[in-house]
Design a protein around this ligand. Structure first.
Ligand SMILES: Cc1cc2nc3c(=O)[nH]c(=O)nc-3n(C[C@H](O)[C@H](O)[C@H](O)COP(=O)(O)OP(=O)(O)OC[C@H]3O[C@@H](n4cnc5c(N)ncnc54)[C@H](O)[C@@H]3O)c2cc1C
Length: 301
């Protein structure tokens, strides 16, 4: 293990060793990170990445941890957290600039308060701006990428500004994976503040009625197969309420696994295997995971 003082020769931000990661995830599951670092600015983030590459230490960027399952053994390497330095919002007319560490709820609220529309449907997604863009998170007919015009990233150890067309946004996907997203600019249409607030409220209510938001989870576990819905397939296979250890297929929404009783990452993996096997045998459809598995040596699901 490299000492904090050694890393601080090249890095200005906060460094913690053996940081427990469950608290940084919505699943509340996962072991510790060897190194947990919070860069103070873009250059600091570049420096820690250069250092990691030089030392042969893997690094991993964490957003709000709302779409990941971290292994019980944790992450052997450096976890980069952007929530302290990249937590700013600015606007110049209709162009909104957001740091990657800003929570989507705060971003949406800011846009609405300034009288801009087009992102209100994303309000209930418990992501950071960075994580939402990498995953191209979406809900109720809108996607994080819809109004983005520029994304600042670290790619190949260099700060770069990418235009929307360079990000290759698709369904819950983009080519921003493997980069570090630091900031994004959005061009938004004007909207009526009262109507936007009303729409946001309605959609959050709808979400709360259909998702198990009160129990730790990581959102939809599987991507929707073409022309189908994963939740419907899982429900039709009678899997709602299925339990493995402390993990359970939500009775409210079949595409959610909830950590209802101190589940381990292994409990979740075993439940994923049961769901995939049952759905494959009954429908012939192979469900693909949306939740990212982090820190696992090799898992055959
Ligand atoms: C209750 C609940 C409801 C949800 N509802 C929705 C929904 O309606 N629609 C939807 O699309 N998703 C939904 N999700 C899933 C999740 O919120 C999204 O996938 C979101 O985009 C993840 O963002 P995050 O900041 O939490 O990223 P994380 O989960 O921390 O990370 C996800 C991936 O992005 C990478 N990443 C994160 N930040 C950065 C960055 N700055 N630079 C580079 N890489 C980065 C990580 O390395 C990881 O590979 C839901 C989740 C929950 C728990």
């Amino acid at each position: 293990m490299i000492s904090i003082s050694e890393i601080q020769r090249v890095f200005k931000g906060r460094i913690t060793l053996n940081e427990p990661l469950a608290q940084y995830t919505t699943f509340r599951i996962g072991g510790v990170a060897d190194y947990f670092v919070e860069p103070v600015n873009g250059d600091d983030a570049v420096n820690i990445i250069k250092y990691a590459n030089k030392q042969g230490i893997p690094f991993y960027v964490m957003g709000n941890g709302s779409n990941i399952l971290i292994s019980d053994e944790g992450i052997k390497g450096i976890v980069i957290n952007l929530e302290s330095a990249f937590n700013y919002l600015r606007h110049e007319k209709e162009i909104i600039t957001a740091g990657a560490g800003v929570k989507i709820a705060k971003f949406v609220d800011y846009c609405i308060q300034k009288g801009y529309a087009g992102v209100e449907m994303l309000a209930g997604i418990p992501a950071t701006v960075g994580g939402a863009l990498v995953m191209n998170a979406g809900a109720y007919g809108g996607e994080a990428a819809d109004h983005v015009c520029e994304v600042t990233v670290i790619k190949n150890e260099t700060l770069k500004k990418l235009g929307k067309e360079e990000c290759d946004f698709g369904y819950r996907n983009s080519n921003l994976k493997g980069t570090v997203v630091l900031e994004a600019k959005f061009i938004l249409p004007e909207g009526n503040r009262e109507e936007l607030l009303k729409r946001r409220k309605e959609l959050i209510q709808k979400r709360n009625e259909s998702q198990p938001v009160e129990i730790p989870n990581a959102g939809c576990v599987f991507k929707n197969p073409k022309d189908n819905k994963a939740a419907i397939l899982i429900d039709q296979c009678g899997l709602k309420g299925t339990i493995y250890g402390g993990a359970m297929v939500s009775a409210k929404h079949a595409n959610f696994i909830v950590n209802y009783d101190n589940a381990t990452a292994n409990d979740v993996i075993e439940l994923v295997k049961i769901i995939r096997k049952t759905v494959r045998e009954r429908t012939g459809i192979d469900l693909e995971m949306e939740v990212k598995l982090i820190g696992f040596e090799e898992v055959a699901i």
